[in-house]
Design a protein. Structure first.
Length: 265
């Protein structure tokens, strides 16, 4: 049974980028029901009060899209009583370790070489395309779980922006939410209080210099071009969303109808 969720956004001390995606409109005039689908950054640093709030949501399942490198860096999610935790890594662990080493330890010259001249944004676009094309098994599992009875559900990755953003977008596409509304929700991750706090090793002014932060910025921005690349990847690979869901994710029209029943008002 879904519990009532407070209408005001909670102030969570140790969890970034939390929100309820309830209220988003579908093309046929329905809306996502409040209190059934949530998204956030990782839960490893949740305070006792944060955990109490999360427990009050009546969650059935938490989908954690982090890989082993992420989990080693931040720690495991806080355990909530009676909640099923499902770990579905959406990027290669070695890629994850390499990524965080670059973010935390790369000096200005290294970062210029790796991320300058549009390389950072291109890296993100490529990542979004790859996740859509190569992680169909994971996204199929998420949608089938929700259709069967995994709501209320919370989806998260490290920052709650990319892997959770794509997975939320795929879920919303499956129930017919308007693409503009999906994009608008995705871009909410740019709000100052939601953004991932970048931590760098070392000391001195150069560690967080304006140039370093500008070079890293595309990796931690939510940009329309990133999610649009994921949508374009669906169309280029499968032709349209219906074919992607049916052939790519093995989600039948009957399963989509069950998803609508779980998620829409």
């Amino acid at each position: 049974m879904t519990q009532q969720v407070p209408s005001t956004e909670p102030e969570l001390a140790g969890v970034r980028n939390f929100r309820d995606v309830g209220g988003l409109p579908t093309a046929d005039g329905r809306r996502v029901r409040p209190g059934v689908l949530f998204r956030s950054g990782h839960l490893a640093h949740a305070t006792e009060r944060d955990a109490e709030f999360l427990a009050s949501l009546g969650l059935h399942t938490i989908f954690d899209f982090r890989n082993a490198a992420d989990q080693k860096l931040e720690g495991p999610d806080v355990e909530l009583p009676g909640v099923r935790n499902v770990n579905l890594p959406l990027t290669d662990p070695a890629h994850g370790a390499e990524f965080w080493t670059m973010v935390r330890e790369g000096d200005t010259e290294q970062l210029r070489g790796l991320l300058g001249d549009g390389k950072a944004a291109a890296r993100m676009v490529n990542s979004y395309r790859t996740i859509v094309k190569e992680r169909t098994g994971e996204h199929s599992r998420v949608l089938h779980s929700i259709a069967e009875d995994s709501v209320p559900a919370l989806m998260h990755c490290a920052a709650g922006k990319d892997r959770a953003g794509i997975s939320i977008a795929v879920t919303l596409l499956a129930v017919g939410v308007e693409r503009d509304a999906i994009l608008a929700d995705y871009l909410e991750s740019n709000a100052k209080h939601r953004r991932y706090r970048v931590r760098r090793n070392g000391s001195g002014e150069s560690v967080y210099s304006p140039e370093v932060m500008e070079l890293l910025s595309p990796l931690f921005d939510a940009r329309a071009e990133y999610l649009t690349a994921a949508f374009e990847s669906i169309e280029e690979t499968w032709g349209d969303v219906d074919t992607y869901l049916e052939q790519g994710l093995r989600v039948t029209p009957e399963t989509r109808e069950r998803l609508r029943g779980r998620l829409l008002d």
